[in-house]
Design a protein around this ligand. Sequence first.
Ligand code: UD1
Ligand code: CA
Length: 456
Amino acid sequence: MPLSIVILAAGQGKRMNSDLPKVLQPLAGRPLLAHVLQTAKSLDAAAIHVVYGHGGDRVRAALADESVNWVLQAEQLGTGHAVAQAMPAIPDGHDVLILYGDVPLVRAETLQRVAAHSSDSSIGLLTAVLRDPTGYGRIVRDGAGNVVRIVEHKDANTKERAINEVNTGLMAMPAAALRHWLAALRNDNAQGEYYLTDVILMAVREGRKIHAVVATSEDEVLGVNDKVQLAQLESAYRAQKATELMLNGVTIVDPARIDIRGEVTAGRDVFIDINVVLIGKVQLGDRVRIGPNCVLKDCRIDADTELHPNCVIDRATIGPRNSIGPFARVRPDSVLHEDVHIGNFVEVKKSEIGAGSKANHLTYLGDTVVGRKVNVGAGTVTCNYDGVNKFRTEIEDGAFIGSGTMLVAPVKIGTGATIGAGSTITKDAPPEKLTLARARQTTVEGWRRPAKKTEE
Ligand code: UD1
Ligand code: CA
């Protein structure tokens, strides 16, 4: 049967104590709901319905590019009521898989196992065994071990509260049956809500079997209710990503001291030192080495390149065999070709740097095209901005820029040109020649340094 997925995301998340709706709280830099949606999309469903309510416009705006069916639940009357809002858009012939917008780390394989149990004779239900089940709905089983109902914590008696197996909230069943069970829900319970969990008892009464899929890890099913749990999930996510990288052969000096907030791919024998933060889409080639305290965001680093400590790389492409840093900053839209050296306190912005070129110390290259085998001396600055407009600098192959040079853009330095140290270059410099732009040095003969009078 075709699958319809319903993601419940209307809750307020009071305990977050935040103006941001709960499902938009960031985990690894992306809204919780975006994680759930990504997993949902990997399941090949006929449709994905997102039930929203609190912070509605912001939730929709944050995920405006997603092709989902938005379903408004104007008043939060319970999880059963929430699912009911989506039902008019779901045909009888579908299976319905229910997910929570605040349970972000559930794996696609687990959901597939749950969905596989949706049939005319059974329901799939994801459960978990927790050390501390406080607050969760408990799974009540009969003497033969069959699931017979779910009792909410607030409605449970002492004996039921001692049960460690809990309802994760995630379940799957045929749409037609779900529709008639939802219509029969009542809210005469401790919270005065229409509980989705009550459909389990109804299904059992109709002779259906509840297939409990017990989650293999706690992290996978943990929901987020406050910032403490958010931090716990962040660390679970981090650990999971670090483990994946290590199993793929990456050496991570200390997996507790790496932060991965996105999708990292790595070639063979990559080495990552401590306190490295990887954000967004990061691609690391074979044998890339990343020193301590580097921050890499949406970038590609090619084979055999080394980032020395304390580099910040943002939306840039760095070719093979580069040596970057320590203390280098490569900003968006920069492309470094092979064998480039960018040294300490060098900033590169929106620039292309050709093969074998070097800028080793204290330099700013902005809106610049640097050719091959160029040497940019210490303290060179491309003066690319007049306060309103940005201008480009071109430095052609083999040029040598002496230390302390100001290149006032727009300006072009020809092939093989040499610029004398301390020059302020405002006009194009011809190829293969020495160009200087600085006052001549003079020595004043007969000058005497003032001397203090010595007291008698
Ligand atoms: C629910 C389950 C409980 C389970 C727990 C797992 C019910 C009655 N209880 O309890 O058995 O152990 O989840 O975390 O289902 N939501 C809406 N509209 C509403 C109410 C909730 O969209 O009217 C959404 C929330 O945004 C959230 C999810 O449903 O994503 C769960 O709601 P929440 O209030 O957190 O349920 P719990 O009381 O924790
Ligand atoms: Ca909850």
